[in-house]
Write a protein that binds this ligand. Structure first.
Ligand SMILES: [Ca+2]
Ligand SMILES: [Ca+2]
Length: 310
């Protein structure tokens, strides 16, 4: 079992700052949202295969106000609407490269630099949300897949455009848990109950052999798997999702609507992705967490938005 989080979240080591990239434009586009009642919720997990160094083993009671959450991850189609309306340029486009999982590159792809400790992550020039696996790739035919190669700063700019915000980690975890109590997954403790695949993760042996028993090697279209009891799709698996909070692995007891520490270097990401495998990285659970810098973008990291109730 991998103990550090480099398998999940490589990070840019330069330009790690919060970067106000707001376009000043707003949209009245309406997206499908679930209304969540909030209330008391126990954050964190005592699961024996959890990662103590991630800080997920510390459980604490929180109380959440009602809020709304996108039913689906933001798709390529929706992000394209944002870019068409505002002319927005993402950080990966501006910086010129991003992280791509090596197994998604063609066999004859030029030599790329790997990430130390996680050589399957490759530095690919020209990898952007429009070409998520490098310049030879396209989102044509994938408009209903979650948008990826999006930095935290990009996600916040999108949120400012359409009147939403990133969910806090507590909101995200409450939404993903969907009223289940004490189980590893919202549907129970089995990864594939009765052999059914309920999320897009990795089967086989990581990182060389993906059996694709769940139907997908990389991202799946949103809505491919059954929703949880809060009518939310693909909270776990498919793509990691940005949260609002700065990451800390020393979580303090928190009470009402926690928003995390006031400063930090990394932002929280939640939910795991198509690269998670039970033998290597089981961070495809609501309580699991990882983090990366706000300028980092990856081929397995997207987002969805929360909204305050009127
Ligand atoms: Ca899969
Ligand atoms: Ca997800």
């Amino acid at each position: 079992m991998n103990k550090d989080n480099s398998c999940c979240a490589p990070q840019r080591t330069k330009k790690t700052s919060i970067n106000d990239r707001s376009t000043g434009k707003t949209s009245s586009a309406k997206f499908e949202k679930a209304e969540l009642t909030g209330g008391p919720f126990r954050l964190g997990s005592n699961y024996e295969l959890a990662y103590p160094q991630d800080g997920e083993g510390f459980t604490t009671e929180v109380f959440l106000s009602p809020f709304l959450l996108d039913k689906y991850s933001v798709t390529n189609q929706k992000f394209m609407t944002f870019v068409d309306d505002t002319g927005y340029v993402t950080e990966a486009e501006e910086i010129g490269w991003s992280f791509v999982f090596g197994g998604l590159l063609p066999d004859d792809f030029e030599d790329t630099r790997g990430v130390q400790g996680a050589p399957w992550w490759r530095q690919v020039f020209g990898a952007t949300w429009k070409s998520p696996e490098g310049p030879q790739s396209t989102i044509e035919g994938k408009l209903n897949h979650p948008v990826v190669q999006i930095s935290w700063n990009d996600a916040v700019s999108y949120a400012n455009w359409c009147g939403g915000r990133l969910p806090t980690e507590a909101e995200w975890e409450y939404a993903a848990t969907a009223g289940s109590s004490g189980t590893i997954f919202p549907w129970g403790n089995q990864l594939t109950p009765d052999g059914e695949h309920l999320m897009n993760v990795w089967q086989g042996s990581f990182p060389d052999k993906n059996l694709e028993d769940d139907g997908w090697y990389g991202t799946a279209p949103v809505g491919s798997y059954p929703p949880n009891k809060f009518d939310l799709y693909e909270m776990t698996g498919n793509t990691w999702e940005w949260c609002q909070d700065w990451f800390t692995n020393k979580r303090e007891p928190r009470s009402e609507n926690p928003i995390g520490p006031p400063t930090g270097t990394n932002k929280v990401i939640k939910g795991g992705s198509y690269l998670c495998h039970e033998s290597y990285c089981n961070r495809y659970r609501p309580a699991a967490r990882s983090s990366t810098t706000p300028t980092s973008a990856m081929g397995h990291l997207g987002f969805r938005l929360a909204y305050d109730c009127e």
